[in-house]
Design a protein around this ligand. Structure first.
Ligand code: 13P
Length: 284
């Protein structure tokens, strides 16, 4: 991980604003389509990229229900091998045509399924082969943050992951999800998340992305709600959110996406009028 001074990113205007719903192990195939339609209707903001990631068994009904809505569908995981004797697992080719996105390396999978950075790197490769856009999750534990090691820990996660994935993915999205903020009601401070987003892009630059690292969207995840999203989107280095619990509530998603639309439109204006120059601390 870089140790030098973190340079503020000037490229927010070129990156999309994304709100990704991670439904985790919630909803059934019988009700997921209706919830997806209700969220799509309540979040109809073309300036914001919207993605819903339901459980595997609900991918088809959600995909059908969202047809023509502008909301895209993502999976929550995929297997690191192409095919074979992996009982109960789902491969990239099974997802082809069903999803355009996939979450990879979520901390709940690292915790409950022993996923390593190396395996997660292989998952990135499977996404790339299948034309699926990955959302790579990284984040530190509370003790690591308290010990002042958060940036180093995330940098190591990135390094080991990309060593295994072998190639850089131009369509990569990173979700910074501090483990201690997931499902706890605690959130990182906006300034800390922004510093991490900048450090992530700097690390990506040094790992092979070069100048293109500035174009990689970085989302924040961890107890995001309609009340807290503004603190993160006010930071020019943060491009949206990966939302867990609140993404199951239509009103919450409406509030989150409405707030994201303010940022998306402001960044579009900045992009059009100043080619990205200037101080963006005043982003709404
Ligand atoms: P919560 O928003 O429920 O804390 O979950 C965050 C998360 O893990 C999204 O992937």
């Amino acid at each position: 991980m870089p140790t030098g001074r973190l340079v503020p990113c000037d490229d927010a205007a070129v990156r999309p604003v994304l709100i990704v719903a991670n439904w985790k192990m919630n909803t059934t195939p019988a009700d997921a389509g209706d919830l997806a339609v209700a969220i799509a209707a309540a979040t109809d903001e073309p300036a914001v990229g919207r993605v819903i990631c339901p459980p595997f068994v609900s991918l088809q009904p959600v995909r059908d229900a969202l047809a023509g809505s502008g909301v895209e569908v993502g999976a929550q995981d995929l297997h690191h091998e192409v095919s074979g004797a992996y009982t109960g697992d789902i491969s990239a080719s099974m997802l082809e045509g069903l999803v355009s996105w996939c979450i990879v390396g979520h901390s709940e999978r690292r915790r409950d399924h022993g996923e390593t950075d190396e395996r997660i790197g292989h998952k990135l490769a499977r996404c790339r082969e299948a034309g699926i856009r990955p959302i790579l999750c990284v984040g530190e534990q509370l003790q690591e943050r308290e010990a002042g090691r958060a940036i180093a820990v995330v940098g190591e996660q990135l390094r080991r992951t990309f060593e295994a994935s072998a190639r850089m993915d131009e369509r990569l999205v990173i979700a910074y999800e501090p483990v201690w903020a997931i499902g706890t009601g605690l959130t990182a401070r906006g300034a800390d998340a922004a510093e991490m987003a900048e450090a992530i892009r700097q690390a990506l630059g040094e790992l092979g992305y070069g100048a293109r690292a500035a174009e990689v969207p970085v989302l924040y995840g961890g107890s995001v709600t309609s009340a807290s999203i503004g603190e993160f989107l006010a930071e020019p280095t943060i491009d949206g959110a990966l939302v867990g619990g609140a993404s199951l509530k239509v009103d919450e998603m409406a509030g989150i996406v409405a707030r994201a639309a303010l940022t998306a439109r402001a960044r579009q204006v900045i992009g059009e009028t100043s080619s990205g120059a200037g101080d963006r601390r005043g982003d709404p």
